[in-house]
Design a protein around this ligand. Structure first.
Ligand code: ACO
Length: 428
């Protein structure tokens, strides 16, 4: 028998069903609430609202757990392969060798974008933020691939996913080259996913950029750690846009736009700004933390806090290890890493952060790692988008495949003027 909770309102009693997930988390199913009671729920920021049931990613924010299709993310650390994880997220299981080879081959073969699209890059000013270009160009893909405006089966899903995951990297690199006024480097079919991206970013004509294994592993892992995070702002955006049956390219383009904001994917850029300001002596780590704690301060300690994690963000824990490993291998010292460690130490002993459960999040270390690899700051959020794309595709596909899925359409409590008559203030 379905468990229920009782709601009493206006002297009437209603039974609302309880829904339970596979890890025991529970929710009150209010899908018939308005029809039966005339009431809606009010939850600004959706902190208590489950917008869907999903089998892709499990998070326990209290315990700092993150799993993709059941697999804890820490288990990808020793053999990081972004393409394998992308398949896992989209299709629900790890790929067989044959599936993996087929998908990798498609990624290689579909890396180029239509040549007329490459001219579009010239239409943007050199100063254009790469996230704006990325969003516009992913949307433009829907003009060049009308055959994927509807995806009806798994073969089509595989074909469109391979194209998008491959081409996002090409578009991202071309956007960067444009911002530097450098000639476009076309993808090299001999290279694997990450090495090919770095080649398109950093090779020069007749001078190939060679990428070592440690760097490739670090980027693979960084992409994996960003690959999905259930109903975050950008993924919810992709699902919301997709709920109108908008195509995959357009839905993911809107995900890029949502990710751009400084409270979401843009945070690792802000982290680096903050560390740089501290490093340049504008203020000490202690002073920065003091300001971030002030009640009406416009400063926040960037890279700290998370809507869901009220414990260590497990991605930050892995990234911290990668940062240490990368710096050791590169035999490099970075003063910003020392400042980051200092900030972490201060906050872990500060009641303000402990009481509010504010711990380092994924963005806290990702910027430092990307900087060490030589990725320019304006590309940080772009790399995040490349990583998050398999998650967006998985969620779009999950929703697209849900029978009788409804268009997303929240309600509101109106707080404006009561009915007011039109009396023009313009002269007649
Ligand atoms: N520095 C200082 N104080 C903070 C911080 C911070 N980074 N984050 C939250 N707080 C404080 C708030 O001021 C508030 O204090 P109060 O209760 O005294 O008013 C309390 O902690 C709760 O904060 P909310 O804003 O309600 O928390 P919410 O869950 O809405 O926000 C968010 C989460 C946006 C991530 C927030 O912690 C933040 O702005 N962090 C810095 C930006 C950042 O790192 N973003 C990346 C997130 S991870 C990602 O998107 C991949």
């Amino acid at each position: 028998m379905t468990e229920t909770v009782t709601l009493q309102v206006d002297g009437k009693t209603y039974q609302l069903p309880l829904v339970q997930g596979t890890e025991g988390e529970r929710a009150i199913d209010i899908s018939r609430l308005r029809a039966e009671t005339g009431l809606i729920t009010l939850d600004p920021g959706y902190g208590n609202t489950g917008s869907c049931e999903s089998a892709i990613t499990y998070i326990d924010g209290e315990q700092g757990i993150l799993r993709y299709r059941g697999i804890p993310i820490e288990q990808f650390e020793n053999n990081p392969n972004f393409v394998e994880v992308a398949w896992l997220l989209i299709f629900g299981k790890l790929p067989s060798p044959a599936q993996y080879d087929r998908f990798s081959e498609a990624l290689t073969n579909k890396a180029n974008i239509d040549e007329s699209m490459t001219h579009n890059f010239q239409g943007f000013p050199r100063s254009a933020p790469p996230m704006a270009i990325l969003s516009a160009m992913i949307n433009a893909l829907s003009c060049f691939h009308p055959e994927f405006r509807k995806v009806d089966d798994l073969d089509q899903l595989e074909a469109v996913a391979a194209r998008l995951i491959s081409k996002i990297r090409t578009i991202a690199a071309f956007a960067y080259r444009r911002s530097r006024g450098k000639p476009i480097m076309y993808p090299d079919p001999k290279l694997r996913y990450v090495a090919n991206f770095l080649h398109m970013m950093f090779s020069q004509p007749y001078e190939e950029y060679i990428c070592d294994e440690v760097t490739q592993d670090a980027i693979n892992l960084l992409l994996i750690l960003h690959a999905d995070h259930e109903q975050n702002c950008s993924t919810s955006t992709v699902r919301m846009v997709g709920s109108s049956q908008a195509n995959l390219f357009t839905s993911c383009a809107s995900g890029v736009s949502a990710l751009w904001g400084p409270l979401h994917g843009g945070a690792n850029v802000q982290v680096l700004d903050m560390l740089n300001r501290i490093h340049k002596g504008h203020m000490s780590p202690e002073e920065y933390v003091r300001r971030a704690k002030e009640k009406d301060s416009s400063e926040r300690l960037m890279g700290f806090g998370h809507r869901v994690y009220k414990n260590f963000d497990p991605r930050a824990t892995v990234l911290q290890r990668i940062a240490e490993r990368l710096f050791e291998k590169m035999n490099k010292k970075d003063p910003l890493l020392d400042i980051a460690r200092k900030l972490e130490e201060i906050t872990l002993n500060d009641s303000y952060f402990l009481e509010r459960k504010l711990y380092p999040n994924v963005d806290f270390y990702s910027g430092i790692i990307l900087r060490a690899i030589g990725i320019p700051t304006n590309m940080f959020t772009v790399i995040f988008a490349i990583g998050r794309l398999p998650g967006w595709i998985a969620h779009w596909a999950e929703q697209n495949g849900t029978p009788n899925a409804r268009i997303a359409r929240p309600r509101q409590i109106y707080t404006g003027h009561p009915k007011t008559d039109y009396v023009s203030l313009l002269k007649s």
